[in-house]
Design a protein around this ligand. Structure first.
Ligand SMILES: C[S@@+](CC[C@H](N)C(=O)[O-])C[C@H]1O[C@@H](n2cnc3c(N)ncnc32)[C@H](O)[C@@H]1O
Length: 256
């Protein structure tokens, strides 16, 4: 047996049901993330790839910055629009690897592993190039992503790498994250499964793992270089134990 990708359109993963509960459980690092992004943005404007429900974009805009976004899911944009201040960001519906806006930005960012929503290396390379295209000369491109850890949690069964992770257990239900990983393409097909008295729901998601080193090469292909890498939004050192990274890229500074 070998890995067979799920037969579904990954663009459907962020539909009305997911969008409706997306902001129910905040991650908790929004304030520090927004503080760091605002520092990098200066006077702005700011462009967020995969702006979603505006979890970071709206607090940034509330600081007086112009924030634009690219987002493929109408349901996520609808949620953004329904929030206080949600009418403000200019959001273009489409694919962040191909949509090109006219404006140039001192800060372009992509948060919460959204780069991995592009499920091929080519698409991720195109996306990083597209981010670089939107930067002003001294602009910064920020990527927040997990450090993939398949070797630690995968179990190989019948030639396929797979895992089951407990996302939460409560008196009223459980939340499981169930996935399969393809070593060849670095694709992960997963489902978030919620079991409660009300029934069972599944939410399919396809991702492509990207390691920090591979991302650095994608950035180089786009004419950018790594300026800083931290293990979180507070400037934590990036170490072998870091589960995530916040990486900042810019154009190489030429020395005369
Ligand atoms: C995990 S959510 C992150 C949303 C938001 N950036 C945040 O930090 O809360 C991923 C988002 O990426 C969007 N997305 C996935 N693929 C995309 C693509 N190719 N172009 C634009 N948006 C995309 C999804 O619709 C979803 O809103």
């Amino acid at each position: 047996m070998s890995f067979v990708p799920m037969d579904f359109d990954p663009f459907t993963s962020f539909g009305p049901e997911v969008a409706g509960r997306y902001d129910d459980a905040p991650r908790g690092d929004e304030e520090v993330a927004v503080a760091r992004l605002a520092t990098l943005a200066g006077e702005g404007p700011v462009l967020e790839f995969a702006i979603g429900t505006g979890r970071l974009a709206l607090p940034l805009a509330a600081r007086g910055l112009r924030v634009d976004g690219i987002e493929q899911s109408q349901a996520m944009v609808d949620r953004l629009r329904a929030k206080p201040g949600g009418a403000e960001p200019e959001v273009v519906r489409g694919d962040m690897s191909t949509v090109v806006l006219e404006r140039r930005y001192p800060l372009v960012f992509i948060a919460f592993n959204s780069l991995m929503n592009l499920t091929t290396q080519d698409d991720q390379v195109r996306c990083v190039a597209n981010a670089a295209r939107h930067l002003t000369r001294g602009g910064v491109f920020v990527v927040e992503n997990v450090v993939p850890d398949p070797m630690y949690r995968l179990e190989r069964r019948a030639g396929v790498d797979q895992y089951v992770q407990v996302g939460g257990v409560s008196a009223t239900g459980v939340h499981l994250d169930v996935g399969r990983y393809d070593r060849v393409t670095q694709r992960v097909d997963k489902s978030h499964i919620r079991i409660s008295g009300g029934g069972i729901t599944t939410n399919a998601l396809a991702l492509r793992y990207v390691w920090p080193s591979e991302l650095d090469l994608m950035a180089r292909l786009a004419g950018l270089e790594l300026r800083e890498r931290h293990g979180g939004w507070c400037g934590e050192p990036f170490t072998a134990g870091s589960g995530m990274h916040v990486s900042e890229y810019g154009r190489p500074v030429t020395v005369r």
